[in-house]
Design a protein around this ligand. Structure first.
Ligand code: FPP
Length: 254
């Protein structure tokens, strides 16, 4: 069985103490991209990149909590990722189990609540079981929300929301003509989460790739060439500092 490889020098360098953040996003979305290229650069199999990506994800979650972020949504597996070779998909479907086996105690200690968005009912049974257990173990926690997007696609989420709304209309629980942007929110997988303020994408790609399409309408976007397994607490801090400098006008003028 593949045991995994450590992160690079850059990623494992001790983080410098960062000053407290005055302005910070409530909800951060992370598009964790570049695992495959990270592995390729080292002559390793792609799954080694995903393993290192999981280690980077652990650090990012810790850092978000330490920085006082209310919610972080992690793009772990998209609806398009099923097109990858079966062995890679199988490895990715086993990562949650590996992750929660080592992390659940710390997440509980940190008062973190775990949530999932996406169609988790189509995941393999063993992954669904892990998802169910993680939600159950943390359901009474009141601290940061760690929200995994697993078998998630923004368009699929919007279609599912339309279906839910149509069903309510058919059953007489909603009325046509009364739908607003605010009421739309409650049909989405992210219902109840704080508004998305900042989306971070690693690996030099500059697109959303079907991630939180509705929610990202007014989010700030932050891109870096760093490959996900090399992403550090310092990078996250930098992203938040840059966010704090942005002028968010939401379409208004000053
Ligand atoms: C994209 O990199 C990354 C993924 C498809 C998987 C991301 C998942 C993790 C970091 C860990 C998930 C863990 C849990 C517990 C849910 P890529 O493979 O597309 O990289 P490339 O563009 O360089 O090929």
């Amino acid at each position: 069985m593949f045991k995994g490889f450590g992160r690079s020098q850059r990623a494992s360098a001790a983080a410098v103490e960062q000053p407290a953040l005055d302005v910070k996003p409530r909800h951060i979305g992370l598009i964790m991209d570049g695992n495959g290229r990270w592995a390729q650069q080292r002559g390793l199999p792609r799954i080694a990149g995903h393993h290192a990506g999981m280690l980077a994800m652990k650090e990012a979650i810790r850092a978000c909590d330490d920085f006082g972020i209310e919610c972080v949504t992690l793009y772990a597996f998209s609806t398009e990722n099923w097109k990858r070779p079966a062995a890679e998909v199988d490895y990715l479907m086993r990562l949650p189990e590996q992750f929660f086996r080592s992390e659940i105690d710390e997440l509980v200690r940190r008062n973190v609540r775990v949530r999932f968005i996406g169609d988790t009912e189509r995941l393999p049974t063993h992954t669904q079981e892990t998802v169910r257990r993680a939600i159950q173990c943390t359901q009474h926690n009141t601290g940061m929300i760690v929200n995994f997007a697993l078998n998630y696609g923004g368009r699929m989420e919007i279609v599912a929301a339309m279906e839910r709304y149509a069903r309510e209309v058919m059953e007489g629980r909603a009325t046509v003509g009364q739908l607003t942007e605010a009421t739309c929110d409650r049909y989405l997988d992210t219902a109840g989460l704080p508004p998305l303020d900042l989306v971070i994408r690693t690996s030099g790609e500059i697109r959303l790739s079907n991630f939180l399409l509705w929610q990202a309408a007014y989010a700030e976007l932050w891109f870096t060439d760093v490959l996900w397994p090399d992403f550090t607490r310092d990078d996250l801090y930098q992203a938040i500092c840059d966010y704090a400098k942005r002028k968010r006008r939401f379409g208004a003028i000053e």
